[in-house]
Design a protein around this ligand. Structure first.
Ligand SMILES: *Cc1c(COP(=O)(O)O)cnc(C)c1O
Length: 367
């Protein structure tokens, strides 16, 4: 019989939020509200939608495997060379490629717990050892404790800033302190999927300011900065994200990525979305308003939550969260329980005002 390698068999599969259509079919409901995957509730930029429509007729052709036009636009925006930019099928794929490119079997990859589960899966499936470091008591990545876990086998450190699922940040000073003592044979993956929200300062600056990770790139550090078009840019369905790193790093990653990893429509949509700064501004603004509303209502309900620098809020219901999740589902409200079967925490994406109001109404009903 075909053997599944132990390190593959051990992996708990990633459970994505269910698509709305599937849930509605299963539960026999309609008009449900999805606040489970941190998507932009405004949708994609109209400029991106137009660009997709314009290029549908070219789909018999392979995409530009080098994504030249998109990488040029990104290089220009960030003031880097084009060979310092790599694009992927979401930043998810870039995490996976980076780990496969640099982590050898038996090497260690350090990450927070809880943090983005893709780090764990990518490290484990490549035969590495994920090293999970608990968050601080205020739900932030503990960079000091993570640095203390460095051994001779450590190859990669994954920093989700802001962190998913808790929505917290590490500050500029903490980042600088961390890099000061960091050996130069370790790759730091700075995963900034919620950059647009966090860098706006709308969530507060965490006391010390949101770090400018480009500062560490310019210092010549072994850093891979990841951003995505899936969150504030509203293009999660296109599957496109990008990374910035020195060309030795992107070069190694390019050797192992699929030659046509991003589609024509995704590349075109991303180029257009980059130009629509007004769309991002509105997304950040409506998110800040929704967040303020939810804070107020959660306080009124006596629910503990973690102040967020993102478009989602992590909260502790002090009751079995899987049961509450299931009861919310039956009312057409889709959120995300976070953790094991006995967890009491959920993560809720900030939606449009009527969606946020519906969340509070259904939560009140269920509690
Ligand atoms: C959503 C998310 C991503 C990105 O996902 P893609 O859609 O693959 O770009 C990456 N990191 C974190 C922490 C996220 O929450």
């Amino acid at each position: 019989m075909l053997k599944v390698p132990q390190y593959v068999d051990n992996i708990a599969p990633y459970v994505p939020g269910k698509p709305i259509e599937e849930l509605e079919r299963e539960l026999g409901i309609s008009r449900s509200v999805k606040l489970a995957s941190n998507e932009n509730p405004l949708g994609p930029s109209p400029l991106a939608v137009d660009e997709i429509a314009k290029h549908v007729g070219t789909l018999h052709r392979y995409p530009d495997g080098g994504a030249y036009e998109l990488r040029s636009a990104l290089a220009q925006q960030h003031g880097v060379e084009i060979d310092e930019v790599i694009v992927g099928q979401g930043s998810n794929e870039l995490i996976d490629i980076a780990i496969r490119a640099f982590q050898e079997p038996g090497d260690e990859t350090i990450m927070g717990n809880p943090s983005f589960v893709v780090y764990y899966i990518s490290s484990a499936k490549a035969g590495g050892t994920p090293v999970m470091v608990p968050l601080t008591t205020d739900y932030r990545l503990d960079l000091k404790a993570m640095a203390e876990k460095i051994t001779g086998r450590t190859k990669i450190i994954c920093i989700a800033n802001p962190n998913n699922p808790t929505g917290t940040i590490v500050t500029k000073d903490e980042m600088r302190e961390f890099f000061r003592a960091l050996p130069d044979n370790i790759l730091v993956i700075m995963d900034e999927a919620y950059y647009e929200y966090a860098a706006s300062g709308n969530g507060g600056d965490g006391g010390g300011g949101f770090p400018d990770s480009m500062e560490h790139f310019r210092d010549g550090r072994e850093i891979l900065i990841l951003r995505t078009f899936s969150k504030a840019y509203g293009l999660a369905g296109c599957r496109i994200g990008y990374g910035i790193a020195k060309s030795r790093i992107t070069g190694a990653m390019n050797k192992i990525r699929e030659p046509f990893n991003t589609s024509t429509l995704a590349q075109k949509a991303a180029i257009a979305a980059l130009k629509d700064t007004e769309h991002i501004r509105r997304a950040v603004e409506i998110n800040a308003e929704g967040r303020a509303y939810l804070y107020k209502e959660l306080k009124a309900l006596g629910i503990d939550f973690v102040p967020s620098h993102t478009n989602f809020i992590y909260m502790d219901l002090k009751k079995n969260a899987v049961e509450i999740y299931n009861r919310l589902l039956k009312l057409g409200m889709i959120v995300r329980p976070m953790g094991s079967a006995d967890t009491t925490t959920i993560r809720v994406t900030i939606g449009l005002p009527p969606e946020n109001e519906e969340f509070i109404r259904t939560l009140r009903e269920v509690l």
